[in-house]
Design a protein. Sequence first.
Length: 331
Amino acid sequence: MKKFLFRITTLILVFLFAAFLGELYMRIVLKNELNANGIGPATAEFNSRYVQLNSKGQRDCEHEYENKEKKIRIVGIGDSYHFGAGIKNINDLYFMKLASELNEKFDSSFEIINISKGGWNIAKYYQMLTTEGIKYSPDFVILGIVFNDIETPDMYSQFTPLKLFFISDRVEWFLRNNSYLYYSIESRITRIYDTYFRKTDYVGLLVSQYNDNSPVFKGFIEYFDKISEFCKSRNIKLITVLLPCIAQRDEDMKIMNKCVLQIKNKVENKTDIIFDANTIFLGCDYRKYSVSEYDMHPNEAANKEIADSLYPAVLPVFERAAVRRKSVQIP
């Protein structure tokens, strides 16, 4: 009996020591592996270090609802692309850079307010614009549209990580976001399953919805129409930016870009300005413009490219607004 207990104890200690070494090794190997789904210990540490929220839960500085300084207000609304997934400094986001350039040219006449959050879709954009964004009395809305904005909660739920062990969801969540070893095992097994065993992949499921007969696509256009009508009824200029679909395979980028073109064709007459940023990145090296190998969100370099290309396209409308505001303020 003593020998049996000794062997069991020895096995447990060896297992724990091996797990400890594995954790240390994975912390070195995966320390910069940010995950596009917002999971994993590296992502959690990144968010803890760089993501700061204001009192309203927005990734931005504090803004009062009342426009006391009588600035030209721009509300930015979108999903994780606008929230700045994988971006250390929110001033490196394309619309923040745009506002900075406008303020340099027009003597600090503009105020940008970011009310975006990861995981939102077109329905959430409309909800937050009409309940929160409108409180700032914006003159402009910059709406960031991404390929997966047609996604519904039911569609996304099909692609959650595989459950590896018979443990509670809370324990599983804790291990996924705190243990590099657990995250590495879970993410790699999930990736293998998605590649070889899942009947359809995430991109394929979304692509299948991009047609006029799809209730999902129809619903997307209906919500865009609501946003457009809401802005028009309040004399708010709507600037729609079709954000880039960066992917490891150029073929995937082309497929997603075709889908985004369908959005453009449907909505270009319902927005004051529409800018397609996808054309900038076709054929690009994804490693230059993505946050990491496993996170295809646009990085700082990609945001700069978007800002530099967007600026001349929107300058005339902002210039008219600045001149108009200045003439009103002259006593």
